[in-house]
Design a protein around this ligand. Structure first.
Ligand code: TYD
Length: 226
């Protein structure tokens, strides 16, 4: 279910330290300055219950969290996010930019925690009633570079970030596999490109998507009129 509503749904995905938040913010500003109504949000989180679940699953100090519990917490946060925030905004015709969505669970819990990518996808499709992004921007980052970037300035690593580089390497491969499976739904970019260059490439792809939607809508209106 990608194009059933008047809005546009774009997800930013990638390993930790890929620069997703910077690119989401830059795209939001560019679209906003063109007069589009943009909603920027993130996972885990995006709703009051989601933010509580976020701190449960990411903060240290909650004891051992086994892989299935972890996957269910991310999926629960996503269910609230899709139902309460994303879908209503899409129905209002807004452009929704989310920092992470289902692919993060497929990569981190399915591949990283070895729960199986198909099982985790199925859980999350159920949690979101099948709501899929129209486009996923995947910022592909080398795990070692990602770690250097996110620990610059001595920022503390959360539960997921502090996993070994091998864990992050599995996640990187899983993201790339997801994009290779459905290339028409992805824009894959190397995260090491200059920030402005990445922003330009992302905006160009989103512009093309907006245009193709307008053309499709126009055609269906004309078809209905004849
Ligand atoms: P993120 O918000 O990108 O981290 P930060 O804002 O601290 O840079 O993501 C938080 C972490 O949660 C990140 O390591 C990825 C992980 N994660 C999962 O493991 N599964 C998921 O479904 C999601 C959404 C995130």
């Amino acid at each position: 279910m990608t194009t059933q509503n008047p809005g546009l749904f774009i997800a930013f995905e990638g390993g930790d330290g890929a620069g997703k938040s910077t690119q989401a913010a830059t795209l939001a500003a560019a679209l906003d300055s063109r007069g589009f109504k943009v909603l920027r949000t993130r996972e885990p989180g995006g709703t009051p219950i989601g933010e509580k679940l976020r701190s449960l699953v990411l903060d240290h100090g909650h004891g051992h969290i086994d892989a299935r519990t972890e996957a269910l917490i991310f999926a629960a946060s996503r269910a609230a996010h899709a139902e309460q925030v994303i879908l209503p905004a899409l129905e209002r015709g807004e452009i929704v930019l989310t920092d992470r969505y289902i692919d993060s669970s497929v990569a981190y819990q399915g591949a990283g925690r070895e729960l199986g990518t198909a099982a985790v996808r199925q859980l999350n499709e159920w949690a979101t009633s099948g709501l899929r992004p129209d486009l996923t921007v995947l910022l592909d980052v080398d795990p070692a570079v990602g770690r250097l970037r996110r620990t610059a300035g001595d920022a503390a690593e959360d539960r997921m970030e502090s996993e070994a580089d091998e864990f992050h390497a599995k996640i990187r491969t899983a993201f790339l596999d997801l994009a290779a499976d459905r290339p028409e739904l992805y824009l894959v970019l190397p995260a090491h490109l200059p920030v402005a260059e990445l922003a330009g490439l992302i905006l160009a792809r989103v512009d093309a998507l907006i245009l193709s939607r307008q053309v499709a809508r126009q055609a269906s209106r004309e078809g209905a009129a004849t």
